[in-house]
Every structure is written in C-alpha cells, then in structure tokens.
Design a protein around this ligand. Structure first.
Ligand code: 48F
Length: 257
C-alpha cells in the first residue's frame, strides 16, 4: 500500500541517516551562515560532518537581512565564497556587493547538503561530551522536548571536533566554560579572571575570531563574541562567511594530517 510505503520510506531512511551520523569528524552546533559555510567546505574536503539547528528552518539570522530588509551587503574579501556558492550578486559601491538574502541562505544550505554534509533541524544541542578533558561530541535532544520541558533523555553524538556556531549566545562556549570553572563576562563578552578559554592565541576581531577555544571546541561567527569580547553588531554576513571558511580550513588541516 502506498501509504505504508511512504511512512516506511521516511522512517527507514531517516534512521539510516541518524545512525550514519553517530560518529563524526565534525559536529557543527547551529545552522547560521558561518556554520553552514563551514559545513560546506568540510564536507567538500571529504570529512564527515553534521550540523544541528534547533529551528525548523536553519539559516539563522541570514534570512532577514537587516531589520527584515532581505538584502545583504558583502565586502570584496568574501566574494570568493559568494562565487563558490553560485549566488547572484550586484556591485554596489567602494568594493561592496549586494546579494538577496533568501537566495543566498537557500544556496548555502543547498550546497552544504549537496557536498555531503547532513543537516538535522529541530535538534537542540544541550551539552557537550568530554573525553579526557577534550570536547569529543554533542548531546542532542528534540527542540520540542526541551520547549515542553518533557522528562526525556538526550542522545550522544561523538565527533573529533565540535564547532560552536550558535550565534550571539555562544552556547557551547558557555557550557564548556561553566564545566571547567572558567568565568565568561556575559554582559560584554570576554573572559574574566586568570583562566582563559583560549588555548590558541587568536585575533580579537569577529571576522577573524575563529579558533580552537578549548581542546576539541572551535568557534565561528558571532559565537566568538562570548570569548573574544566582541560587541553585538549589525549585519556583517561576509565576515560570517569568512569565519566559517576559516574554521573549516583549520579543521581540515588538523584532521587531514
Ligand atoms: O545567529 P546565527 O545566524 O549565527 P552566525 O553564523 O551568524 C550571525 C548572523 O546571522 C547575524 C550577525 C551578522 O552580523 O550578527 O546575527 O554567527 O545562527 C545561529 C544558529 O544557531 C542555532 C540557532 O537556531 C541559529 O539558527 N542555535 C543556537 N543555539 C543552538 C542552536 C543550540 N544549542 N542547538 C542547536 N542550534
């Protein structure tokens, strides 16, 4: 019966997909522009990568441009990424270009999945797995379970590297900081006290704010703000894309050695 086949097709292929992603090279938390760009380049390099976003529609803050004006301004330095994703663009002025936010968000998502990344939507990452004090995976649950406050245990997904791409809230950085007695200044961003989240010295600008902030944990996009002390700022999506590519390049170099 066709009804049964439809249900069976969805269930069997979904659980195959989930099972196939229990052991990853890279788990990306958050499906904003920086994380999706990272997913694309990592998958293209042949790494096994899955991305988890708590919303029904991944894409983070990119769909709405600024103030829901769905256009995005990109600086020259990020245009090679726009071209890699085959996004239409128009020259604006002084080395700036404009792209359509709906076309570009869907294009990022399409190319990431097409390159071999798996995106799980409606998944909230609520914790990380530590092995020998190295971040070695993520703890996931259905977003509706958490929203309803249901008493349901999560699942573990193991990964050689975890990327925090959760945007302004820097959720994974905060979890790792809390578990290790590291104090983050949540009002302004930045680390308080002597213990630093940094194990690798890095630049402080958000565009350049991509680094391994704790063994096994990398950060990209606006999630850098909690550890780098970067203020909240307006739409700099070219910076988000550059940050995603940079974290991907760092991890590719590390894992392909
Ligand atoms: O905020 P977001 O778009 O992250 P981003 O890649 O880009 C920032 C820009 O959109 C914009 C900006 C540019 O100047 O400032 O804000 O840094 O997307 C973050 C995504 O992470 C998801 C959330 O639903 C969003 O789609 N997310 C956040 N926390 C979790 C999560 C979590 N714990 N588990 C799963 N997904």
């Amino acid at each position: 019966m066709i009804e049964t086949q439809v249900s069976k097709g969805i269930i069997t292929t979904y659980f195959d997909k989930l099972q196939n992603n229990l052991d990853l090279d890279v788990a990306i938390v958050g499906g904003g522009p920086s994380g999706i760009v990272a997913a694309y380049y990592l998958a293209k390099a042949g790494l096994k990568v899955a991305q988890f976003d708590r919303k029904l529609s991944p894409g983070g803050g990119m769909w709405g441009g600024a103030m829901m004006f769905n256009q995005i301004v990109i600086q020259e330095e990020a245009m090679h990424i726009v071209k890699d994703f085959d996004i239409n663009y128009e020259a604006f002025e002084d080395g700036l270009y404009t792209i359509d936010s709906v076309e570009s968000t869907s294009s990022l998502l399409y190319h990431a999945v097409h390159a071999g990344a798996t995106i799980f939507n409606c998944y909230s990452v609520e914790d990380v797995v530590f092995k020998n004090n190295v971040v070695s995976g993520v703890v996931v649950n259905w977003t509706p379970v958490l929203r309803e406050g249901l008493h349901v245990d999560p699942l573990n997904i193991m990964a050689k590297c975890v990327i925090d791409g959760t945007g302004h809230d820097s959720e994974m950085c905060k979890v790792v900081a809390r578990k290790n007695g590291i104090q983050l200044d949540t009002a302004t961003g930045g680390v308080i006290g002597e213990r630093s989240l940094d194990v690798v010295e890095g630049e402080r600008m958000v565009v350049e704010g991509t680094r391994e902030v704790y063994p096994g944990l990398y950060v990209c996009g606006m999630a850098s703000s909690a550890v780098a002390g970067t203020p909240r700022m307006g739409p700099i999506f070219g910076g988000m894309m550059l940050s995603g590519k940079k974290v991907a390049d760092m991890i590719i170099e590390k894992l392909k050695k």
